[in-house]
Design a protein around this ligand. Structure first.
Ligand SMILES: Nc1ncnc2c1ncn2[C@@H]1O[C@H](COP(=O)(O)OP(=O)(O)OP(=O)(O)O)[C@@H](O)[C@H]1O
Ligand SMILES: [Mg+2]
Length: 559
């Protein structure tokens, strides 16, 4: 709306909700803090779990930041963007999804006094950005190198990551699984770097039942498929594997064609044409003597008959992604046209093909591969909830292993890195003589939230421990940089002693995501809702409408 001359000109729909200036900024900060406060208790080794009822009515029990926020239903736009953050962190590095939210909330909280004093957001943001640059440099300065071939060191690193999770009890199993999987799928790129594509090549299959100790990384892949014909072989040693992505059924015409026949022979002719096509296709395959044929499309009855006669086992309707994994693990190439099969396309590196029945279902195992570059991780355990949580923890552990493979530098955990960086920022702030130094210093203050929360979550005397820690770091010697909080006891301790380390990549990404997101939210000075008002139900986003703090900042609702 704007005022022009005498009359009022309506620019925007009067129905649309709008909030300006400071009110919008305050609202955003409060909403972000509300999200941060909800998951604050899930940080660290003494963290609590959250039980969430998802949209479908199922329950999720977890303490993984991203998994929690993925399920909750929020309505404030700033809260929504916080949730995006933890997703981004999860995509990028896989761990630190709780830390990033807690830190963003704190950075925004630290920006609050400036907003109240009418400092312009751009100035605050400039100070924050400068501080972020310095913080990233300082993180690299406290990092140390780690040898990825050193199993014990890798194991300790992963243990400290899994140690904050529910599967703490089975941490050695989860760590073994994560290491096995990452080692299997790691390949060296042409430029000498490491490529570890867990998402594509390491698949987790959960089968309820059995013991957690039965979990393992297969030297190959497992697929939830049975053979198509009962007389095919169920166990083959050293099979020759042919992978196809074409159909082995006789294709009907593209458009619905009707054929009218007046003579009986024509009908036979038609059937023979079909048979001949199938026979030709099968012969093209049988010529290469495969033991196992897997296709992504269908396989007709007649084709199966020919295969059984030739002693070939066949699986059909495999997913593209599964087929890619089979190809990587047995050294085959997926062929699109049967006429184009070459000897080199056949996979021969698999040691054993076997169909096994677990529970009520049949599973095909393509295992004992030599140098498989893809794998299936088989998870067994009591109930589906336990399995789901183990899968999420495994996901974190695998990502940590991957990050270290790609960039073998680690930093001390337990809030030590944050404290060291905070101290360094305070020192550096002295050299800045403009007004920027105030926001710069606030980032240093905000970083303390990590040790503080860790202490809080294990019931320590927060103020005393954090003050002691601050005093320790004020000694400014290289030895004190690894001092942090022991998350189990709440005491101050040297992380070298406790052995809690985290990949540098995770820490840097956490800092960057948190500060950048906070800056983005601070820059907002107007919230306009373009959503149509739904008549009776209050389910739609209504930024800034009154109500209690929870309503306003939108946690809860019909979770
Ligand atoms: N034994 C420990 N003592 C002290 N601090 C620890 C210990 N183990 C882990 N930490 C610290 O806990 C923090 C990680 O907590 P947590 O794993 O719960 O959250 P996250 O990694 O941020 O998020 P998520 O794992 O849910 O994606 C890190 O700062 C890490 O240094
Ligand atoms: Mg973690």
């Amino acid at each position: 709306m704007s005022q022009m001359g005498g009359g009022q000109v309506m620019v925007m729909n009067v129905q649309s909700k709008r909030e300006h200036g400071r009110k919008a900024q305050m609202g955003n900060i409060a909403a972000a803090k509300a999200v941060a406060d909800t998951i604050r208790t899930t940080l660290g080794p003494r963290s609590m779990l959250k039980m969430i009822i998802d949209a479908m009515g199922g329950i999720v029990i977890t303490n993984d930041g991203n998994a929690i926020l993925r399920e909750v239903d929020v309505s404030h736009p700033a809260a929504k963007s916080m949730i995006e953050l933890s997703r981004a962190q999860d995509e990028e590095v896989g761990d630190g999804t709780t830390s990033v939210i807690v830190l963003t909330g704190e950075v925004l909280h630290c920006a609050l006094p400036f907003m109240q004093k009418h400092m312009h957001p751009t100035v605050v943001i400039r100070g924050f950005t400068e501080a972020l640059k310095a913080a990233v440099e300082e993180c690299a300065a406290v990092s140390i190198g780690v040898d990825r071939a050193d199993h014990a060191a890798m194991k300790q690193l992963l243990t400290s990551c899994v140690g904050t999770k529910f599967s703490d009890r089975f941490s050695s199993t989860v760590v073994e699984l994560a290491m096995g999987a990452v080692e299997t799928v790691a390949t060296t790129k042409r430029d000498g770097g490491q490529e570890v594509d867990i998402k594509r090549y390491a698949k987790v299959e959960k089968i309820p039942g059995g013991e957690v100790e039965d979990c393992r990384v297969l030297k190959g892949v497992m697929i939830n498929k049975d053979i198509t014909h009962p007389r095919m072989r169920r166990k083959i040693k050293n099979p020759r594997i042919l992978l196809l992505d074409c159909s082995l059924e006789y294709k009907k015409g593209e458009s619905q064609a009707n054929i009218e026949m007046s003579r009986e022979e024509d009908w036979e002719l038609l059937l023979r044409a079909e048979e001949e096509w199938i026979e030709k296709t099968c012969n093209a395959i049988i010529k290469h003597k495969p033991d196992l044929v897997i296709t992504e499309k269908g396989v007709g009855d007649l084709t199966q008959h020919f295969f059984v006669k030739a002693g070939i086992t066949c699986l059909r309707r495999l997913r593209k992604t599964d087929n890619n994994r089979v190809a990587r693990s047995c050294g085959a190439t997926i062929v699109h046209r049967v006429e184009e099969i070459k000897e080199a396309d056949i996979g021969t590196k698999c040691g054993l093909y076997e169909v096994k029945k677990i529970g009520d279902e049949y599973f095909s195992f393509i295992v004992d591969c030599e140098a498989p570059k893809a794998c299936t991780i088989l998870l067994r355990g009591g109930s589906r909830d336990v399995l789901n949580e183990i899968e999420r923890n495994l996901h974190d552990a695998m990502n940590v292993a991957r990050n270290v493979y790609v960039d073998p530098r680690i930093v001390p955990g337990g809030g030590a890195t944050e404290m060291a960086v905070s101290r360094a920022l305070l020192n550096r702030a002295k050299t800045i003589d403009s007004v920027l130094q105030w926001p710069y210093k606030q980032i240093a203050v905000a970083l303390e939230v990590v040790p503080r929360t860790l202490a809080q979550n294990c019931g320590a005397n927060v103020i005393r421990v954090v003050t002691n820690l601050r005093a320790k770091h004020a000694e400014d010697s290289p030895q004190v940089k690894t001092w942090g909080i022991n998350g189990e006891t709440g005491k101050m301790i040297d992380m070298k002693e406790l052995g809690i380390w985290e990949p540098l990549a995770v820490k840097v990404q956490t800092l960057k995501t948190a500060v950048e997101a906070a800056c983005l939210l601070l820059r907002v000075d107007d919230i306009v809702s373009a959503q149509r008002q739904k008549s009776s139900q209050g389910r739609l986003a209504k930024p800034g409408e009154g109500g209690g703090p929870m309503d306003e900042h939108g946690i809860g609702g019909d979770v």
